[in-house]
Design a protein. Structure first.
Length: 330
Protein backbone atom coordinates (compact mmCIF):
# COMPACT_ATOMS: atom_id res chain seq x y z
CA UNK A 1 0.00 0.00 0.00
CA UNK A 2 1.04 3.58 -0.62
CA UNK A 3 1.25 6.11 2.20
CA UNK A 4 -2.04 7.65 1.08
CA UNK A 5 -3.76 4.25 1.13
CA UNK A 6 -2.46 3.54 4.64
CA UNK A 7 -3.60 6.94 5.87
CA UNK A 8 -7.04 6.35 4.35
CA UNK A 9 -7.21 2.90 5.96
CA UNK A 10 -6.34 4.47 9.31
CA UNK A 11 -9.22 6.93 8.98
CA UNK A 12 -11.65 4.13 8.10
CA UNK A 13 -10.47 2.07 11.07
CA UNK A 14 -11.20 5.07 13.29
CA UNK A 15 -14.88 4.93 12.26
CA UNK A 16 -14.96 1.17 12.84
CA UNK A 17 -13.38 1.60 16.27
CA UNK A 18 -15.84 4.26 17.38
CA UNK A 19 -18.82 2.13 16.31
CA UNK A 20 -17.48 -0.93 18.14
CA UNK A 21 -16.82 1.10 21.28
CA UNK A 22 -20.32 2.61 21.20
CA UNK A 23 -21.94 -0.83 20.97
CA UNK A 24 -19.57 -2.11 23.68
CA UNK A 25 -20.62 0.86 25.84
CA UNK A 26 -24.28 -0.09 25.44
CA UNK A 27 -23.48 -3.73 26.28
CA UNK A 28 -21.48 -2.74 29.37
CA UNK A 29 -24.32 -0.49 30.49
CA UNK A 30 -26.84 -3.30 29.96
CA UNK A 31 -24.66 -5.69 31.92
CA UNK A 32 -24.36 -3.11 34.70
CA UNK A 33 -28.10 -2.56 34.77
CA UNK A 34 -29.46 -6.05 34.16
CA UNK A 35 -26.59 -8.51 34.51
CA UNK A 36 -25.48 -10.44 37.55
CA UNK A 37 -23.91 -8.54 40.40
CA UNK A 38 -20.17 -8.68 40.77
CA UNK A 39 -18.52 -11.29 42.93
CA UNK A 40 -17.50 -8.65 45.48
CA UNK A 41 -21.08 -7.44 45.83
CA UNK A 42 -22.39 -10.99 46.12
CA UNK A 43 -19.83 -11.80 48.81
CA UNK A 44 -20.89 -8.72 50.74
CA UNK A 45 -24.53 -9.70 50.53
CA UNK A 46 -23.77 -13.23 51.71
CA UNK A 47 -21.79 -11.83 54.65
CA UNK A 48 -24.66 -9.53 55.54
CA UNK A 49 -27.11 -12.43 55.33
CA UNK A 50 -24.97 -14.45 57.75
CA UNK A 51 -25.02 -11.58 60.23
CA UNK A 52 -28.78 -11.29 59.98
CA UNK A 53 -29.24 -15.02 60.44
CA UNK A 54 -26.95 -14.98 63.46
CA UNK A 55 -28.92 -12.14 65.00
CA UNK A 56 -32.27 -13.73 64.36
CA UNK A 57 -31.26 -17.21 65.54
CA UNK A 58 -31.87 -20.58 63.89
CA UNK A 59 -34.62 -20.80 61.36
CA UNK A 60 -37.94 -22.27 62.41
CA UNK A 61 -39.51 -25.35 60.90
CA UNK A 62 -42.08 -23.16 59.18
CA UNK A 63 -39.32 -21.10 57.49
CA UNK A 64 -37.61 -24.09 55.87
CA UNK A 65 -40.34 -24.87 53.30
CA UNK A 66 -40.52 -21.20 52.35
CA UNK A 67 -36.77 -21.09 51.73
CA UNK A 68 -36.94 -24.30 49.74
CA UNK A 69 -39.66 -22.76 47.59
CA UNK A 70 -37.57 -19.64 47.11
CA UNK A 71 -34.64 -21.82 46.03
CA UNK A 72 -36.89 -23.52 43.50
CA UNK A 73 -37.94 -20.17 42.12
CA UNK A 74 -34.29 -19.21 41.84
CA UNK A 75 -33.68 -22.38 39.84
CA UNK A 76 -36.46 -21.39 37.46
CA UNK A 77 -34.63 -18.11 36.86
CA UNK A 78 -31.41 -19.82 35.82
CA UNK A 79 -32.18 -19.41 32.14
CA UNK A 80 -32.86 -15.65 32.36
CA UNK A 81 -29.68 -15.35 34.44
CA UNK A 82 -27.69 -17.05 31.71
CA UNK A 83 -29.17 -14.61 29.22
CA UNK A 84 -28.05 -11.72 31.41
CA UNK A 85 -24.45 -12.87 31.29
CA UNK A 86 -24.55 -12.65 27.50
CA UNK A 87 -24.37 -8.85 27.87
CA UNK A 88 -21.01 -9.21 29.59
CA UNK A 89 -19.70 -11.60 26.94
CA UNK A 90 -20.91 -9.33 24.15
CA UNK A 91 -19.33 -6.28 25.79
CA UNK A 92 -15.98 -8.02 26.22
CA UNK A 93 -15.93 -9.36 22.66
CA UNK A 94 -16.78 -5.94 21.23
CA UNK A 95 -14.22 -4.32 23.50
CA UNK A 96 -11.49 -6.65 22.23
CA UNK A 97 -12.51 -6.12 18.60
CA UNK A 98 -12.56 -2.36 19.12
CA UNK A 99 -9.15 -2.52 20.80
CA UNK A 100 -7.73 -4.45 17.84
CA UNK A 101 -9.20 -1.93 15.38
CA UNK A 102 -7.84 0.89 17.55
CA UNK A 103 -4.38 -0.67 17.40
CA UNK A 104 -4.78 -0.84 13.62
CA UNK A 105 -5.35 2.93 13.53
CA UNK A 106 -2.01 3.59 15.22
CA UNK A 107 -0.10 1.01 13.17
CA UNK A 108 -1.38 2.16 9.77
CA UNK A 109 -0.97 5.83 10.70
CA UNK A 110 2.61 5.20 11.80
CA UNK A 111 3.38 3.29 8.61
CA UNK A 112 1.87 6.09 6.52
CA UNK A 113 3.99 8.84 8.10
CA UNK A 114 7.10 6.71 8.85
CA UNK A 115 7.29 7.80 12.49
CA UNK A 116 5.69 7.19 15.86
CA UNK A 117 2.02 8.15 15.39
CA UNK A 118 1.69 10.77 18.13
CA UNK A 119 3.19 13.90 16.68
CA UNK A 120 0.07 16.11 16.91
CA UNK A 121 -3.02 16.41 19.11
CA UNK A 122 -5.13 14.16 16.86
CA UNK A 123 -2.61 11.35 17.00
CA UNK A 124 -1.89 11.91 20.67
CA UNK A 125 -5.58 11.73 21.60
CA UNK A 126 -5.94 8.55 19.57
CA UNK A 127 -2.98 6.97 21.38
CA UNK A 128 -4.18 8.24 24.75
CA UNK A 129 -7.62 6.68 24.25
CA UNK A 130 -5.96 3.42 23.23
CA UNK A 131 -3.90 3.47 26.43
CA UNK A 132 -7.03 4.06 28.52
CA UNK A 133 -8.81 1.10 26.92
CA UNK A 134 -5.73 -1.09 27.36
CA UNK A 135 -5.40 -0.09 31.02
CA UNK A 136 -9.08 -0.86 31.60
CA UNK A 137 -8.77 -4.30 29.99
CA UNK A 138 -5.78 -5.14 32.19
CA UNK A 139 -7.53 -3.90 35.34
CA UNK A 140 -10.76 -5.71 34.41
CA UNK A 141 -8.83 -8.97 33.99
CA UNK A 142 -6.59 -8.51 37.04
CA UNK A 143 -9.19 -7.22 39.52
CA UNK A 144 -12.46 -8.42 37.97
CA UNK A 145 -13.42 -4.77 37.41
CA UNK A 146 -15.76 -5.19 34.47
CA UNK A 147 -18.12 -2.67 36.10
CA UNK A 148 -15.76 0.13 34.97
CA UNK A 149 -16.43 -0.71 31.32
CA UNK A 150 -19.40 1.57 30.77
CA UNK A 151 -17.65 4.57 32.32
CA UNK A 152 -14.30 4.10 30.59
CA UNK A 153 -15.97 3.41 27.23
CA UNK A 154 -18.09 6.55 27.60
CA UNK A 155 -14.97 8.65 28.21
CA UNK A 156 -13.16 7.02 25.28
CA UNK A 157 -16.08 7.51 22.87
CA UNK A 158 -16.31 11.20 23.83
CA UNK A 159 -12.54 11.60 23.46
CA UNK A 160 -12.51 10.00 20.00
CA UNK A 161 -15.51 12.09 18.97
CA UNK A 162 -13.69 15.29 19.94
CA UNK A 163 -10.58 13.91 18.26
CA UNK A 164 -12.32 13.43 14.92
CA UNK A 165 -14.50 16.54 14.93
CA UNK A 166 -12.13 19.21 16.25
CA UNK A 167 -8.61 17.79 16.35
CA UNK A 168 -8.32 15.85 13.10
CA UNK A 169 -5.08 16.40 11.20
CA UNK A 170 -4.14 14.66 7.99
CA UNK A 171 -1.11 12.41 7.93
CA UNK A 172 2.09 14.30 7.23
CA UNK A 173 5.49 15.42 8.50
CA UNK A 174 6.03 17.05 11.88
CA UNK A 175 8.40 19.55 13.46
CA UNK A 176 12.07 18.50 13.37
CA UNK A 177 12.07 18.49 17.19
CA UNK A 178 9.64 15.57 17.05
CA UNK A 179 11.86 13.52 14.76
CA UNK A 180 13.69 12.00 17.68
CA UNK A 181 13.76 8.56 19.24
CA UNK A 182 12.95 10.25 22.54
CA UNK A 183 9.36 10.68 21.38
CA UNK A 184 9.12 6.89 21.43
CA UNK A 185 10.16 6.95 25.09
CA UNK A 186 8.96 10.20 26.64
CA UNK A 187 5.57 10.49 24.96
CA UNK A 188 4.87 6.76 25.19
CA UNK A 189 5.44 6.86 28.94
CA UNK A 190 3.15 9.89 29.24
CA UNK A 191 0.44 8.10 27.23
CA UNK A 192 0.61 4.94 29.36
CA UNK A 193 0.52 6.91 32.61
CA UNK A 194 -2.37 9.10 31.45
CA UNK A 195 -4.42 6.11 30.32
CA UNK A 196 -3.89 4.48 33.71
CA UNK A 197 -4.73 7.69 35.59
CA UNK A 198 -7.97 7.80 33.58
CA UNK A 199 -9.01 4.38 34.87
CA UNK A 200 -8.07 5.42 38.42
CA UNK A 201 -10.14 8.58 37.98
CA UNK A 202 -13.18 6.57 36.89
CA UNK A 203 -12.84 4.34 39.96
CA UNK A 204 -12.52 7.41 42.20
CA UNK A 205 -15.65 9.03 40.79
CA UNK A 206 -17.55 5.79 41.33
CA UNK A 207 -16.21 5.69 44.89
CA UNK A 208 -17.63 9.14 45.64
CA UNK A 209 -20.98 8.21 44.11
CA UNK A 210 -21.04 4.95 46.07
CA UNK A 211 -20.27 6.59 49.42
CA UNK A 212 -22.92 9.24 48.79
CA UNK A 213 -25.50 6.56 47.96
CA UNK A 214 -24.56 4.62 51.07
CA UNK A 215 -24.68 7.70 53.25
CA UNK A 216 -21.13 7.07 54.42
CA UNK A 217 -21.93 3.62 55.84
CA UNK A 218 -21.11 0.16 54.53
CA UNK A 219 -23.70 -1.26 52.22
CA UNK A 220 -24.50 -2.08 48.66
CA UNK A 221 -26.34 1.07 47.69
CA UNK A 222 -29.32 1.00 45.37
CA UNK A 223 -29.96 0.73 41.63
CA UNK A 224 -26.93 0.51 39.36
CA UNK A 225 -24.60 1.28 42.26
CA UNK A 226 -25.71 -1.92 43.95
CA UNK A 227 -24.02 -3.85 41.14
CA UNK A 228 -20.54 -2.48 41.72
CA UNK A 229 -18.16 -3.39 44.57
CA UNK A 230 -18.08 -1.62 47.91
CA UNK A 231 -16.66 1.86 48.36
CA UNK A 232 -13.62 0.40 50.11
CA UNK A 233 -12.86 -1.84 47.13
CA UNK A 234 -13.19 1.10 44.73
CA UNK A 235 -10.89 3.21 46.90
CA UNK A 236 -8.31 0.41 46.99
CA UNK A 237 -8.53 -0.14 43.22
CA UNK A 238 -7.98 3.56 42.51
CA UNK A 239 -4.91 3.62 44.74
CA UNK A 240 -3.38 0.52 43.12
CA UNK A 241 -3.77 1.88 39.60
CA UNK A 242 -2.37 5.25 40.69
CA UNK A 243 0.63 3.52 42.28
CA UNK A 244 1.29 1.84 38.92
CA UNK A 245 0.91 5.04 36.88
CA UNK A 246 2.85 7.44 39.10
CA UNK A 247 6.39 6.08 38.53
CA UNK A 248 5.71 5.95 34.79
CA UNK A 249 4.62 9.60 34.89
CA UNK A 250 7.80 10.40 36.83
CA UNK A 251 9.89 8.68 34.16
CA UNK A 252 8.03 10.62 31.44
CA UNK A 253 8.99 13.94 33.06
CA UNK A 254 12.63 12.93 33.47
CA UNK A 255 12.93 11.65 29.92
CA UNK A 256 11.14 14.77 28.67
CA UNK A 257 13.87 16.87 30.28
CA UNK A 258 16.54 14.83 28.50
CA UNK A 259 14.69 15.25 25.21
CA UNK A 260 14.37 19.01 25.84
CA UNK A 261 18.13 19.27 26.27
CA UNK A 262 18.68 17.60 22.91
CA UNK A 263 15.96 19.56 21.11
CA UNK A 264 16.27 23.02 22.71
CA UNK A 265 19.58 22.96 24.54
CA UNK A 266 18.21 23.06 28.11
CA UNK A 267 16.72 20.50 30.48
CA UNK A 268 14.05 22.71 32.03
CA UNK A 269 12.70 26.08 30.94
CA UNK A 270 9.45 26.48 32.90
CA UNK A 271 7.44 26.04 29.74
CA UNK A 272 3.67 25.86 30.56
CA UNK A 273 3.58 22.18 29.62
CA UNK A 274 6.55 21.47 31.87
CA UNK A 275 5.05 23.44 34.74
CA UNK A 276 1.69 21.66 34.63
CA UNK A 277 3.33 18.26 34.23
CA UNK A 278 5.24 19.02 37.42
CA UNK A 279 2.10 20.32 39.18
CA UNK A 280 0.34 17.07 38.27
CA UNK A 281 3.29 15.10 39.64
CA UNK A 282 3.19 17.06 42.92
CA UNK A 283 -0.53 16.46 43.45
CA UNK A 284 -0.31 12.72 42.80
CA UNK A 285 2.83 12.51 44.96
CA UNK A 286 0.92 14.27 47.76
CA UNK A 287 -1.96 11.81 47.32
CA UNK A 288 0.28 8.75 47.63
CA UNK A 289 2.32 10.30 50.45
CA UNK A 290 -0.82 11.19 52.42
CA UNK A 291 -2.14 7.66 52.08
CA UNK A 292 1.17 6.09 53.05
CA UNK A 293 2.13 8.31 56.01
CA UNK A 294 -0.95 10.18 57.23
CA UNK A 295 -3.33 7.30 56.72
CA UNK A 296 -5.61 9.28 54.42
CA UNK A 297 -8.49 7.22 53.15
CA UNK A 298 -11.95 7.86 51.92
CA UNK A 299 -13.31 11.17 50.73
CA UNK A 300 -10.25 13.35 51.45
CA UNK A 301 -7.94 11.08 49.49
CA UNK A 302 -10.49 10.75 46.67
CA UNK A 303 -10.80 14.52 46.30
CA UNK A 304 -7.02 14.90 46.18
CA UNK A 305 -6.85 12.18 43.53
CA UNK A 306 -9.45 13.98 41.41
CA UNK A 307 -7.53 17.26 41.78
CA UNK A 308 -4.52 15.45 40.31
CA UNK A 309 -6.65 14.09 37.47
CA UNK A 310 -8.03 17.57 36.76
CA UNK A 311 -4.46 18.92 36.59
CA UNK A 312 -3.59 16.10 34.21
CA UNK A 313 -6.50 16.93 31.88
CA UNK A 314 -5.69 20.63 31.97
CA UNK A 315 -2.08 19.83 31.13
CA UNK A 316 -3.08 18.06 27.94
CA UNK A 317 -6.01 20.19 26.82
CA UNK A 318 -6.01 23.56 28.53
CA UNK A 319 -2.29 24.25 28.22
CA UNK A 320 -2.23 23.46 24.49
CA UNK A 321 -4.93 26.02 23.68
CA UNK A 322 -4.61 28.64 26.40
CA UNK A 323 -0.83 29.13 26.51
CA UNK A 324 1.93 29.46 23.98
CA UNK A 325 5.24 27.71 24.53
CA UNK A 326 7.78 25.28 23.19
CA UNK A 327 5.15 22.51 23.11
CA UNK A 328 2.68 24.47 20.99
CA UNK A 329 3.61 22.52 17.86
CA UNK A 330 1.76 19.49 19.27
Amino acid sequence: MSNADLANLSDKLMLTTVVLYIVALVAYAADLGFGRRSAAVADGERAEAKVLVGAAGAETVEEAPAKAAAAGEAGEDDEPERRRTDWARLAIVLNVLGWASHLGILVTRGMAVHRWPWGNMYEFMTALSFAAVTAFMVVALRYNARFLGAFVMAAVVIALGVDNIWLYDSAGPVSPALNSYWIAIHVTAAIIATGSFTVAGAATILYLLKTRAEGGAAGAGTGVLSRIPSAEDLDRLSMRVTMFAFPIWTAAIIMGAIWADQAWGRYWGWDPKEVWSFVTWIVYAAYLHARATAGWKGRKAAILSLVGFACLLFNFFGVNYMFSGMHSYA
